[in-house]
Design a protein around this ligand. Structure first.
Ligand SMILES: Nc1ncnc2c1ncn2[C@@H]1O[C@H](COP(=O)(O)OP(=O)(O)O)[C@@H](O)[C@H]1O
Ligand SMILES: CC(=O)OP(=O)(O)O
Ligand SMILES: [Mg+2]
Length: 595
């Protein structure tokens, strides 16, 4: 299938023609950029041809209109399918959408929230619909990848009425962040589900994304692509108090302020040009404004890298992409300067000359750096071509995966139990945060004692609870010599007790259970995955010869839960998996509710 892809960004129009078969191959690659004074630069690559020059297109819209002519010039017949990048998809589009009239209207409705992007994206959509009415078209949204962000990352602390009206954070450049995270994982040879990646996309628009074990957890852009980093013409983060100040001091209207924040701020506002190449040239020539603009730009990006490492509780890899991320070695160095405290050090020689030929994602960290650092070309058009093909194939709904975590034996203690085991008023020491927000494993350990034997060095999970509950596997129950039922956490009535032994004494637990396998999720992810609280679903786990279906897995929806399936060590061994894996929800599951 020949797929034409449009990627209209805020400063450039990139487009490509792909042969989408088992392997997606780019047949033609084109771009129009550096729009200025009635002209722009173009580059077209097709087979051995590589043409560059300037064209008389004054705007992205004019360049869009020129594309059919360019395709004809290279003998490229009408496409079989067309994929469009659409920046803002709101909360509606969790996946690519086939462009029917109603979808086009929704994209139009979102235009005020991405005024530099959605109108240009719509321009391309409308041109193609007029030119090739019979060719199917698909929109691939920047925002979709971030719809996995937890509510605590997407919620602004504003009045409820504003939130109900739709004020929330989204995040953009999702196609790029998803692609570069995949590339980095490929290079490390590890599954994405093992990695905590900070992806730094520095183009004309710029954003940082925390890709936590394959899922976007947070990103620096908000309800619009204005929040976050310093960009070509956009301000990024700004004190909301600035609006009042500007209205009072300079008598600016909301429209004046918005226009300036989108078009006249960022690098352009700081140093007169939105193009990093100009700014770097001027800084090198001693221009103090350009030097300050670079410092501000790098400092803001470095703050976000640190923030997202903290948000995920760790970082394995940092990835740079986008026009500036791919090409500016000095900007990468400035951003990484001072991050040695978190185990991240660049190799200055490798950083100066990464080999980006082909689809390579070279590593540029210093020998011994704990965090890997990658530079990779982003491939938004390639991803859009693939996703367009998938959307059109109308295969069974894409398989939804969720991370699987293995719970070892552990106890939850009440205040009374902690007093008895460690001494009155003893405070446990949190040693390791768990992925569920607010939960941790304590440094202290206890022993469980049954009629037949003991289990030593058993973990304590905090914080304290109302009742003391021990959770073990069925294999463990044979060691203790106690017949233990499978139960949902907290449902302890009729379960046996076990003696918990601590350094200061013993305590008989309120309950002892084999925890029923379950999935923690939040309302947002639950909606995306089509799950409801209390539902029992089937999940495939493992991909080796021991792959199993875990039937009757309980869904537990909590406001701030991190989406994750919990199984015990017996179940993990049965599926042949290690500490982390991915589970696949069996499509078309019947909605059985727990009794
Ligand atoms: N060699 C280079 N050195 C520094 N910056 C560069 C270089 N090449 C491109 N850039 C910068 O990349 C930015 C454009 O990035 P790009 O990803 O193409 O933009 P868009 O967001 O429109 O897709 C511009 O600021 C441009 O100056
Ligand atoms: C969302 C956004 O800022 O995109 P771009 O970088 O293409 O302008
Ligand atoms: Mg871009």
């Amino acid at each position: 299938m020949r797929t034409l892809v449009f990627n209209a960004g805020s400063s450039s129009l990139k487009f490509g023609v792909f042969d989408v078969a088992s392997d997606t191959r780019e047949v033609f690659k084109g771009s129009f950029e550096r729009f200025r004074e009635g002209m722009c630069d173009f580059r077209f690559r097709c087979g051995k041809a590589d043409q560059r020059g300037s064209a008389s297109h004054a705007s992205i819209d004019e360049a869009i209109a020129a594309i059919p002519g360019v395709l004809k010039q290279f003998g490229l017949a009408a496409p079989d399918a067309i994929g469009h990048r659409v920046a803002h998809g709101g909360s509606t589009f969790i996946a690519p959408a086939i462009l029917e009239d109603a979808i086009v209207v929704k994209i139009e409705d979102l235009s005020p929230l991405a005024p530099l992007h959605n109108p240009a994206n719509l321009e391309a959509i409308k041109l193609c619909r007029a030119l090739w009415p019979a060719v199917p078209q698909v929109a691939v949204f920047d925002t979709s990848f971030h719809l996995t962000n937890p509510t605590f990352a997407t919620t602004y602390a504003v009045p409820e009425a504003w939130r109900r009206a739709g004020l929330r954070r989204y995040g953009f450049h999702g196609t790029s962040h998803k692609y570069v995270a995949l590339r980095a994982a490929e290079e490390t040879g590890q599954p994405l589900s093992n990695l905590q990646i900070v992806s730094v996309h520095l183009g004309n628009g710029a954003s940082v994304c925390a890709v936590n074990r394959g899922r976007s957890m947070d990103s620096s852009m908000g309800i619009t692509p204005l929040e976050g980093l310093v960009m070509g013409t956009r301000s990024g983060d700004l004190d909301p108090g600035a609006f009042g100040f500007l209205a009072r001091q300079l008598s600016l209207s909301v429209a004046d302020i918005e226009t300036a924040l989108y078009n006249d701020s960022g690098l352009k506002g700081l140093a007169g040009s939105s193009d990093m190449r100009d700014i770097e040239d001027r800084a090198a020539a001693g221009d103090a404004q350009a030097q300050l603009a670079i410092e501000i730009y790098a400092y803001r990006a470095r703050k976000y890298v640190g923030a997202y490492a903290a948000a995920m509780g760790g970082i394995d890899a940092l990835v740079f992409t986008g026009g500036i991320g791919e090409n500016s070695a000095s900007m990468r160095r400035r951003i990484c300067d001072g991050l040695a405290f978190m185990g991240l050090q660049l190799d200055l020689d490798r950083n100066a000359a990464p080999d980006l030929s082909g689809r390579a994602a070279p590593q540029i960290q210093a020998y011994g750096s704990r965090v890997c650092v990658f530079v990779t070309e982003t491939a938004e058009q390639l991803m859009i071509a693939r996703e367009t093909a998938q959307a059109l194939a109308r295969v069974a709904p894409a398989v939804e995966t969720i991370p699987v975590a293995v719970s070892g034996r552990h106890v939850h203690l009440s205040r009374e139990a902690a007093d008895a085991l460690f001494g009155k008023g003893y405070e446990l020491t949190p040693a390791k945060p768990l992925r569920q927000p607010g939960h941790w494993a304590a440094r202290e350990r206890v022993t469980l004692e049954g009629p037949k034997g003991r289990l030593e060095n058993v973990a304590i999970l905090g914080p304290l609870r109302m009742r003391t509950q021990a959770e073990i596997s069925r294999t463990d129950s044979f060691v203790l010599g106690i017949d233990v039922p499978v139960r949902e956490s907290g449902k302890l009535d009729g379960t046996p007790s076990v003696t918990v032994v601590g350094p200061a004494g013993t305590f008989a637990s309120d309950g002892l259970i084999v925890s029923a396998r379950h999935i923690h999720t939040n309302p947002h992810d639950a909606a995306r995955l089509g799950l409801t609280d209390g539902e029992l679903i089937d999940v495939y786990v493992g991909d080796g010869p021991r792959r199993v279906t875990f039937a009757q897995t309980l869904v537990r929806v909590g406001e701030t839960s991190f989406t994750e399936m919990h199984i015990d060590t017996d179940e993990a061994n049965a599926a042949g998996i290690g500490a982390c894996a991915e589970g696949e929800i069996v499509p078309g599951h019947a909605a059985t509710l727990r009794s």
